[in-house]
Design a protein around this ligand. Sequence first.
Ligand SMILES: Cc1ncc(COP(=O)(O)O)c(C=O)c1O
Length: 397
Amino acid sequence: MDDLGRAMAGAHGPVRMLGGGNPAHIPEMQAIWRDRMAAILADPPLFDQMMTNYDPPIGNAKFIAALAGLLRSEFGWNVGPENIAITAGGQTAFFFLFNLLAGEFRGGGRKTILLPLVPEYIGYMNQGLTPGFLRTVEPLVEFLPRHRFKYHVDFDRLAVADDVAAICVSRPTNPSGNVLTNEEVRRLASVADSEGVPLIIDNAYGAPFPGILFRNADPIWDDNIILTLSLSKLGLPNARTGIVIARPEIIRAVASMTAIVGLANCSIGQAIVLPLVQSGEILRLAREVVRPFYERKSRLAQQWITEFFDDGIDYHVHVSEGALFLWLWFRGMKISAETLYTRLKERGVLIVPGHYFGASEDWRHGHECIRLSFAMDETSVREGIAILAEEVAKGYM
Ligand SMILES: Cc1ncc(COP(=O)(O)O)c(C=O)c1O
């Protein structure tokens, strides 16, 4: 991350920033945020409430009640305000949840978090306060026509060891854009249940919002699932608003951690989004604005890959089922993804090499993959892919 930032700051020519996870600036969503801000400014008591009072550590009561109501009416989940806590972004939620459930315990015990399908979100990798925090399982690979592939959970290798405190997946997955099928999630939930550990589902990109999902995927929650949401990919990353939906004792622990670490959360995101949650409009925006925006971007990026890549090269694109990224696999490439990253950086294209996403160092696949964001402007993505195709072709020579 540091290196990406330095490359942006020190660049001489144009930089195609295809490395970060920043959401796109969607004009309709930007207009809604500005209108909401104007409405809040025009209402002094509302403005004062948002800016001059601490919310309780658990989050804003009105926002939490509205969200619980929406989840109940939309999905029939048995969710009340006691099941929801706000955090300073999803990232903070994961720091809290991982260190709450796993790590070193009084009396010498040690617990881990199981990631049942890596490559998985880079942001999980360094969150444990003690070493050896994560256990990981590499996926089954399904090859598909037209240079495509898809990951599946390898249930045969999914051993839930005694020290596992929770199972965690992002759905859609950052970096691969994979969406675990309903069947896979139900099976993971049942494994978690039978092992007596929670299943954490990171919904930073998924349903019900922001809804960056290009295939059908049912939102799933029950008493043994900890579901996290975020306002970031809806277009409000600086509002730093994460949402945890879980059993009351987990919610109380998360709220206590907020109180200790940060006292309270920022209220601005919750205030901006509140009427959209109360009316259910947030679901329509996810479905009719956010999803088609990214789906189009994904399609374009894939078209440019077909256009610029030599068909004879053994490249594979993970099926783009959601999120903001394409995950590319250059099977048998003679240079590592790290070397490719360095060469691309010299040509003003930033991507993320694949070995950072939780697989073991000696899994060759991780060194043959890269993550590329398609959220940026079309010129940057198109030029970036054209340069990438040239450097990959050299990498096979
Ligand atoms: C899978 C996943 N989870 C969680 C986060 C954290 O996002 P935020 O802290 O902005 O809510 C991200 C951000 O990119 C992500 O990709």
